[in-house]
Design a protein around this ligand. Structure first.
Ligand SMILES: Nc1nc2c(ncn2[C@@H]2O[C@H](COP(=O)(O)OP(=O)(O)OP(=O)(O)O)[C@@H](O)[C@H]2O)c(=O)[nH]1
Length: 276
């Protein structure tokens, strides 16, 4: 079996830094971890990629092409669709080793994960090539330390989880940048309790709007509570133990996903076409 993480998240959330820290950690613990750069607009990363999508297509190609003439966002989506159309290229580059552990360092354009279908199609393709995958959604912890931002980050994480249809982990990146006070506030949110989140959202100004807002927030909080899988794991890349813990959690999540798949397959009646 081949194992992989789809490392996703908003621009600047720390995806490439996470990948290179995991590669280094792999070297330290004698575990082979490779990275595939899937970001056609990547300017800098300090790992040596196993595969680099920019060899196939660069976002600049789509912007400079006289016919296409895309802007940076449209260009990125075009590149991922182009990669899908040329998936043989990726297949050849990945080779067919049995014991791979690969990190796919994905672009930082959030709509690729929240509602467009190209990334999900790519995930299906990788699964067809025998990869057991987990999506790892990184979010900069500095955007998660007040109630309103925490709710919005959580909703983004939830929509990525639902859209990619993979075993899923949310990671709070850049924990080393958090002040003590902010860490205390964050700790109150990490157990998904809508009341503590609500308590952090201060009333301001117009009463009617506030009441509506409070009700909406309460309902969203309830959804978060019901989807108890929307948990966030703090990760400090400067702490060896923190990286080990995250890797172990991801291994467990991938294993859990595999067990579920096996159970679903076992459950299918022989002779019945379950492809849909
Ligand atoms: N202090 C600190 N800085 C970090 C950490 N992770 C990333 N950074 C910094 O955050 C910035 C963005 O990090 P990247 O790893 O390039 O983020 P990315 O998500 O790959 O960015 P895009 O490719 O634009 O989507 C860089 O300046 C990193 O040095 C971290 O754990 N701690």
């Amino acid at each position: 079996m081949r194992y992989a993480q789809m490392v996703v998240g908003p621009a600047g959330s720390g995806k490439s830094t996470y990948c290179s820290a995991l590669v280094q950690h792999g070297v330290d613990v004698k575990r082979s971890i490779e990275v595939v750069n899937l970001d056609p607009a990547a300017e800098y990363f300090d790992y040596q990629p196993l595969v680099d999508v920019r060899e196939l297509i660069h976002v600049q190609d789509t912007m400079e092409d006289e016919e296409l003439h895309f802007g940076p966002n449209g260009g990125l989506v075009f590149c991922i669709e182009y990669l899908l159309e040329n998936s043989d290229w990726l297949h050849d580059k990945l080779g067919d080793q049995e014991e791979d552990y690969i990190l796919f360092d994905c672009p930082g354009q959030i709509e690729l994960y929240t509602h467009l279908s190209a990334m999900r199609k790519l995930v299906k393709q990788l699964q067809n090539w025998n990869f057991s995958l987990c999506s790892v959604f990184l979010i900069d912890v500095q955007f998660m330390t007040d109630g309103a931002k925490f709710l919005s980050g959580t909703m983004a994480a939830l929509s990525v989880m639902v859209n990619l249809e993979l075993p899923h982990i949310n990671i709070l990146s850049k924990m080393d940048l958090l002040s003590k006070g902010a860490r205390k506030r964050l700790d109150r949110f990490l157990e998904p309790d809508p009341h503590s989140i609500l308590g952090n959202i201060e009333p301001s100004g117009r009463l009617t709007f506030n009441n509506k807002y409070r009700k909406l927030t309460e309902t969203i909080g309830k959804i978060i509570e019901d989807y108890s899988l929307v948990r966030f794991i703090p990760l400090n890349l400067k702490d060896h133990e923190s990286i080990s813990d995250v890797l172990l959690t991801i291994d467990n999540v991938i294993q859990f996903g595999e067990d579920q798949d096996t159970r679903t397959r076992d459950f299918e009646e022989p002779g019945v076409n379950n492809e849909n």
